[in-house]
Design a protein around this ligand. Structure first.
Ligand code: FAQ
Length: 314
């Protein structure tokens, strides 16, 4: 078969909802788009450990501390499944980490914002994990098998994360005046960056059109953002918090909420290294990566030795 026949056969498999697996023929551009998206998703999970990790030593109770520890550890696990999934496409972990460090690969801009109070941990769980789930539920049906399967477990864990965040906010919102103010302040700072997690408007999204045809993405950035807004408004109302958007209102004709415009300049800045904590996040990752060098060397040496032993026995 020539290249054009291969492409047609590939698209027919996608259209028939077949999963594409690592050894299958795929267009070079499909492979490259998957590596880009999955590795950026993995980097987001790993960098996303930092803002919440900031509160592990200061959680208000032992119970909250245990929950937060487990959550941050889960995010590390998500990063690892995703790196493994990207590795099946022929890129190494070292190459992905190098791309993160040079800025060639991105991570979700939300993690460039600071966590100033304990309520921010609640807001991240409720809003950031909440937004992540909306996207990731859709990605469970992505066309690449290893990515779709990684999403199944990730979604289960993110649901627990979202609920723990919402519970923190629920308790604070029902607490003292100061606690409710702290919760509201966290929502005020995290609401708009959470909406940015879905990326640019569809008309401005460089990758959406082709990746929808390949079913790498199953819903567009704007569709997912709308879904998130619709489900979150009522959650906010239920605990007496206000979403900081004067244009937010129910649209009877559409059967959905209308909402205001994102500050796209802020999005661009935060996405390209100009967020309030961008430098700090990457510097911390570089430092931790360098400190872990001896662990990677030791584990590789051990694996090599095990392989030699097995070969000697067989
Ligand atoms: N931040 O053409 P599009 C989590 C970039 S997981 C930074 O629309 P695409 C769990 C985009 O990469 C959160 N960059 O791109 C957790 C592209 O740049 P490039 C992460 C962004 O790929 C919770 C350019 O803009 N989730 O939070 C952002 O079709 C709590 C053009 O955009 C995922 O990664 C952004 N917000 O759609 C962890 C889900 N938005 O590559 C710890 C998987 C866009 O050309 C604590 N990813 N860009 O240089 C996706 O679904 C997609 O990649 C989108 C973007 C929807 C993010």
């Amino acid at each position: 078969m020539d290249e054009s026949d291969l492409n047609d056969a590939f698209q027919a498999r996608i259209d028939a909802e077949e999963k594409i697996e690592p050894g299958d023929w795929m267009p070079a551009r499909y492979r490259q788009q998957l590596i880009r998206q999955i590795s950026q998703h993995a980097h987001s999970e790993i960098i996303g450990m930092q803002p919440e990790g900031n509160w592990i030593t200061r959680a208000p109770t032992l119970n909250r501390k245990c929950i937060l520890l487990a959550k941050v550890q889960d995010e590390g696990g998500h990063g690892l499944y995703l790196y493994s999934s990207a590795e099946t496409l022929g890129i190494s972990r070292d190459e992905m980490v190098a791309a993160l460090h040079t800025g060639a690969a991105k991570y979700a801009s939300i993690f460039n914002y600071p966590t100033l109070t304990w309520a921010d941990v609640g807001a991240i769980g409720w809003l950031v994990d909440g937004a992540a789930i909306v996207n990731q539920v859709s990605l469970q049906r992505t066309s690449y098998g290893p990515y779709a399967r990684a999403m199944v477990r990730i979604c289960k864990e993110e649901s627990f994360h979202q609920r723990q965040g919402y519970h923190i906010m629920m308790v604070l919102a029902a607490g003292s005046v100061e606690q409710k103010q702290m919760a509201q302040d966290a929502v005020n700072r995290f609401w708009w960056p959470s909406l940015m997690m879905f990326g640019p408007h569809d008309a401005d999204s460089a990758h959406s059109a082709q990746n929808m045809v390949w079913k790498i993405k199953r819903q567009t950035n704007d569709e997912l953002r709308q879904k998130f807004v619709d489900q979150t408004v009522q959650q906010a109302e239920a605990i007496g918090l206000t979403l900081p958007d004067p244009d937010l209102k129910w649209n009877e004709a559409r059967g959905r909420y209308d909402f205001g415009e994102i500050d796209w300049d802020e999005f661009q800045r935060s996405m390209t290294g100009g967020g309030p904590c961008s430098r700090q996040r990457l510097a911390h990752h570089r430092e931790a990566h360098a400190e872990g060098e001896w662990v990677r060397e030791a584990s590789q040496a051990w694996a090599k030795k095990q392989k030699q032993r097995k070969e000697a026995v067989s």
